[in-house]
Design a protein around this ligand. Structure first.
Ligand code: UDP
Length: 553
């Protein structure tokens, strides 16, 4: 570790070091990522660093950076990239340069300085191949930007004719009747640190309200796809401000898509970093397509009540962060709690299984899992804050447990699956796995022995994966004999973490199609659950709404 002025500088060469750093008490401000790193510097690695060390500056030492990665690094205000050997030769110069340019608040001058140094160093390693490569990258980027601009103008024209003028006419008529203003103005963060004022329609519906934003595409102040639209905020960190002001805010953004799907668990900063690393005209086009299905369930969640009352069950309507804080509190006070997750299939089972219904009602926490619950919330007029399922919660839960010194016991799945999942969970989060056991023991005769094993392990968190409602019933039956403080029913989670069953890619989850992926993976077992279960669930929700009228407790 090099100490330089007030900066904490790290030469990162091994994977484990990143894990260690992410748990360090003093924030690391500058990471030198060496090309002798176990795995070559990649987009995934940089993303991982971003998630774990949000505010750190990175200097990446590699001669094999692709265009996408380079753009990501630049956006972070990163100044130099080159080989490990060059770094050793010019270490002092490079570190000084980076530290100096970090002091520059103005990204333009920071970038100019970066380009100057880069050019100077590039001259030393001139080759025909690299010059041709650079030229071809520039031409592709230029053409890509041209195509994007054409799409933006066409979209702006279409929205203006089809939506802007009709809504404008309607709002003018409304103004004549009740004198309500047609527009409201809003200040947002533009590029290069400027604040821009945009007009919105003065209506409650978010989509209709934002129609005038499409007119900003003509002037180019907003992009069709970009970083999320944000309020100007002077309290942002320098790094955050740097990336925010380098990219145009977009009417469509990765953050908004994930927010609509209620799966933006990483938080805005990490999500925006992810977008910046991936930004490319083709990626933007795919984001645009992904945004279409989210129109179905986009809903403003600012006034969401803490309880979603659905089919007679009270479901906790909170964020992932709040759920983790609650669990953390139970771990520290040693007050035992049961944590259950419900998806449409669970709620369908609950209707015909009164024991399951009773124990869900009595469970301390019931969290909403899946796009079906987001849609139900929309139909019932109670927006869901976040989709909280065991698979998404596990990495956060285990990192928190590792930090707090708690261990986990894994119970369930076919023989060998819990062990495999345990190995992958402990490797990725650093949590201590107190023990594991499969779920195909005789539940009538062997449960006491299993309870003994769990208690002897000293685990604070017990994850039970028998599928619903078996796991909830088992937890409830043995909870007074079980010593762990947090008892959680997690369904097929070990199958995912052991690699036995692949989870749907993130983009499919974003558009609410994870269930399609599950049917494709296990058609025989899953078709009935989803093909019949999903419409049945929605029918029940609509019926419930007609009879009760609301879901607010
Ligand atoms: N399972 C088990 N013991 C049993 C029955 C099932 O351990 O007696 C396991 C099964 O191997 C699978 C999980 O429980 O890993 C149920 O997964 P499923 O996908 O049905 O759960 P979901 O996530 O859909 O609730």
């Amino acid at each position: 570790m090099l100490e330089k002025a007030n900066f904490n500088v790290i030469l990162l060469e091994k994977e484990q070091e990143l894990e260690r750093l992410s748990r360090a008490l003093n924030p690391v401000q500058l990471i030198i990522l060496a090309d002798s790193y176990e795995t070559a510097p990649s987009k995934e690695l940089l993303l991982d660093i971003r998630r774990k060390l949000c505010s750190a500056h990175i200097i990446c030492l590699s001669e094999t950076l692709d265009e996408e990665l380079e753009r990501g690094l630049r956006s972070a205000g990163l100044i130099f990239f080159g080989s490990h050997t060059t770094f050793l030769a010019y270490a002092e110069k490079i570190i000084n340069h980076t530290l100096k340019s970090i002091e520059y608040k103005n990204m333009d001058s920071r970038q100019k300085r970066a380009q100057k140094l880069e050019k100077r160093l590039a001259r030393r390693s001139f080759s025909l191949k690299s010059t041709l490569k650079r030229a071809s990258l520039r031409i592709t980027a230029f053409m890509g930007e041209g195509v994007v601009r054409c799409i933006e103008i066409c979209t702006a024209l279409a929205v203006t004719v089809l939506f802007f003028f009709p809504v404008l006419l309607w709002l003018f008529m409304r103004k004549l009747i009740n004198a309500m203003p047609v527009f409201s103005s809003r200040d947002i963060q533009g590029t290069s640190s400027e604040t821009i004022t945009v007009q919105q329609f003065n209506v409650n519906n978010k989509r209709v309200c934002e129609i005038p934003l499409y007119l900003e595409l003509f002037s180019g102040r907003l992009a069709l796809v970009g970083t999320a639209i944000k309020e100007p905020d002077n309290n942002r960190t320098a790094v955050e401000q740097a990336y925010i002001t380098m990219f145009k805010p977009g009417i469509v953004s990765l953050w908004d898509i994930r927010k609509a799907g209620r799966i933006a668990h990483e938080g805005q900063v990490a999500t925006e970093w992810e977008y910046i690393f991936k930004k490319h005209p083709l990626y933007d086009l795919l984001l645009l397509l992904r945004a279409i299905p989210t129109l179905l369930y986009t809903q403003n969640d600012t006034d969401a009540p803490p309880i979603l009352h659905l089919l007679g069950l009270d479901i906790n309507n909170i964020t992932m962060d709040q759920a983790l804080s609650i669990i953390k509190k139970h771990l520290s006070t040693r007050e035992q709690c049961r944590v259950f997750f419900v998806n449409p299939d669970c709620l369908n089972k609950m209707i015909s299984d009164s024991d399951y219904y009773t124990l869900l009602q009595q469970g301390e926490y019931v969290f909403p899992d899946g796009i079906g619950l987001t849609l139900a919330g929309k139909i019932l007029g109670t927006p869901l804050k976040e989709n909280i399922n065991g698979t998404d919660m596990l990495p956060y839960l285990c990192s928190m447990a590792a930090d707090e010194g708690h261990s986990v016991f894994l119970l369930g799945g076919k023989p060998g699956i819990a062990e495999k999942a345990a190995a992958s969970i402990s490797m990725s989060s650093g949590v201590t796995i107190a023990g594991s056991a499969h779920g195909y023991f005789n539940h009538q005769t062997e449960s006491h022995e299993i309870v003994e094993t769990i208690n002897r392990s000293g685990a604070s968190i017990l994850l039970v994966a028998f599928g619903a409602p078996l796991q909830e019933k088992w937890i409830t039956q043995y909870r007074s004999q079980l010593k762990p403080h947090v008892l959680m029913g997690v369904g097929g989670l070990f199958d995912f973490y052991s690699g036995t069953i692949r989870r749907a890619p993130r983009w499919m989850r974003e558009i609410g199609m994870e269930w399609v992926y599950r049917i494709l993976q296990e058609p025989k077992r899953m078709w009935k659950r989803y093909v019949i279960g999903n419409p049945l669930f929605l029918y029940r929700i609509i019926k419930w709404k007609l009879f009760t009228g609301s879901s607010k407790s």
